[in-house]
Design a protein around this ligand. Structure first.
Ligand SMILES: O=C1CCCN[C@@H]1CCCn1cnc2cc(F)c(F)cc2c1=O
Ligand SMILES: [Mg+2]
Length: 485
């Protein structure tokens, strides 16, 4: 039948797999961990890309494109940078029947591809800041359970790579970009995120520090790293000899950042807002914000109704609202209602004989199923307000649900209990890496271990004498912990 066979609160994994397919976002592909992004998903990616690309252009960041392929020597340039990742690297070893002299890696990220050229291009302080971005795909042959959008072997992202003369400039940009990532989640996807810093154990090993926007999926009780903005310090400058002559003629190494968000953003949005009727799209990212459906009646003036639908679409489009009409004559109105609900279109407008006679339309909200009759004369303004209300309501409800999952704890017992209740846990921590590894070891299980998610920039009061929940040592900071994707 038309509806979903799994319920979100009963079989989340199956519900999600069904929703992304029935909502026409994803088609499964014959290579495990790879998915087809259909137009309904691609249009969401494009809305975010349009926003983010315009914002980084305001920051004088330039787009470029580096090759997909990395030679083995270059990729292995610095052992500790990729040692832990080596199993994920995909290699090209043949062309046609013949073996390649040297195997060639497919980029899993582009530091080693780009930075030899940063070294070549950056000579003097006038060459700084160098700020590049590329929109591309990357390949990581992961083995943990693949999930559409959330964990795939190939995904789309943008990766920014910047170089500065001073640490201060780098530190500033790290946070400027992180704010853009917060806006993508909170203003476009209507998903609340927490800004913070990753622990020494969870950060990008090749960098100096990692900042993150952390989302949370209440149904699974898992945190999810939404996007990441690293300060690399001078680590890669040392590795790749990216030096410059400063004003005083002294030779010094550049300070670098790198930052990314990926198609994982779409999966987080689906998990947070979707329901048992299918996708629920925030209007800001919906490629169709309003679907207009004629409701035929045996002896009604159908031409008049069709014209009213077309006029409604036209006036909404002229007001900058993404509206379409579904005139397909091989489906019933009921079928169309279910279909567009499955695809998550924020508003549906029904026009039947009664509506037509009264010069009004019936508007139905996808997020809360509320119905209202709107005079055609007021339509554009009312629909604009309703779309804004849907966007805000989705964010408010998601925030309430996320906040209800946050548990403040002070002891290990409270921590273990909260973890069992699928909470995101805020705990005082001594900030020792050994203790973090110990938490992972003590929480290992088939649900996956708990890890630190981030140390929020917005730190609650930490009273003198507060002890670490895990070690009992003096706590230094409040940190979020939980299971994660
Ligand atoms: O996260 C970002 C932002 C964009 C540019 N890259 C950084 C760090 C990426 C960290 N990372 C993440 N995953 C990797 C997987 C690999 F197979 C591999 F060889 C290397 C890596 C790897 O360096
Ligand atoms: Mg990884």
């Amino acid at each position: 039948g038309l509806g979903l066979s799994y319920k979100k609160d009963e079989n989340f994994g199956e519900w999600y797999s069904e929703v992304v397919v029935n909502g026409e976002m994803i088609e499964y592909y014959d290579i495990s961990g790879c998915y087809i992004l259909r137009p309904w998903a691609m249009s969401i990616w494009e809305v975010m890309q349009t926003f983010f690309d315009a914002e980084i252009k305001k920051m004088k960041i330039k787009n470029c494109y580096f090759p997909l392929f990395v030679s083995s020597g270059v990729l292995q340039k610095e052992k500790d940078h990729i040692e832990g990742f080596a199993p994920e690297v995909a290699w090209v070893t043949k062309s046609g029947e013949s073996e390649l002299e040297m195997p060639i890696a497919i980029r899993p990220t582009s530091e080693t591809v780009m930075y030899p050229y940063f070294s070549k291009w950056i000579r003097g302080h006038r060459d700084l800041p160098l700020r590049l971005n590329q929109w591309c795909n990357v390949v990581r042959w992961e083995f943990s359970n693949p999930t559409p959008f959330i964990r795939s072997r190939e995904f789309l992202w943008q990766e920014g790579h910047t170089a500065f003369a001073t640490k201060e400039e780098a530190d500033t940009e790290v946070l400027d970009i992180l704010e853009l990532y917060r806006r993508i989640y909170e203003e476009f996807l209507a998903v609340p995120v927490i800004k913070g810093k990753k622990s020494e154990h969870e950060k990008f090993a090749g960098g100096l520090y990692t900042t993150t926007v952390e989302a949370f999926v209440p149904n699974t009780g898992r945190g999810v790293q939404g996007a990441t903005s690293h300060c690399l310090g001078q680590n890669f400058a040392k590795m790749f000899e990216i030096n410059f002559e400063n004003e005083k003629g002294e030779k010094s190494m550049v300070w670098q950042n790198s930052w990314a968000y990926t198609t994982r953003t779409i999966g987080v949005m689906i998990m947070v807002h979707g329901d048992d009727k299918g996708l629920v799209l925030p209007p800001k990212v919906a490629s169709v914000q309003v679907i207009v459906i004629p409701v035929p009646y045996k002896d009604a003036d159908m031409q008049g109704i069709f014209d009213a639908c077309a006029d409604t679409v036209k006036s909404l489009n002229e007001a900058g609202i993404r509206a379409e009409a579904d005139f397909r004559d091989n489906y019933s109105p009921g079928w169309k209602y279910s279909n567009w609900e499955m695809k998550g279109v924020p508003l549906r407008i029904e026009i039947g004989p009664k509506d037509f006679a009264n010069k009004q339309v019936r508007v139905v909200r996808r997020d809360n199923a509320s119905k209202s009759d709107i005079p055609m004369a007021d339509l554009v303004e009312k629909v604009k307000d309703m779309l804004n209300n849907v966007q805000q309501s989705l964010f408010d409800i998601a925030t309430q649900k996320r906040d209800a999952c946050i548990q403040v704890v002070h002891t290990w017992e409270e921590f273990a209990e909260a973890l069992g209740q699928k909470k995101m846990i805020l705990a005082p921590w001594c900030d020792e890496e050994e203790v973090e590894k110990d938490v992972k070891a003590r929480t290992k299980g088939d649900m996956g271990a708990a890890k630190s998610l981030c140390t929020p920039f917005d730190q609650p009061e930490l009273p003198e004498g507060t002890l670490c929940f895990a070690s009992g040592k003096p706590a230094k900071k409040w940190t979020y912990w939980g299971r994660s994707y």
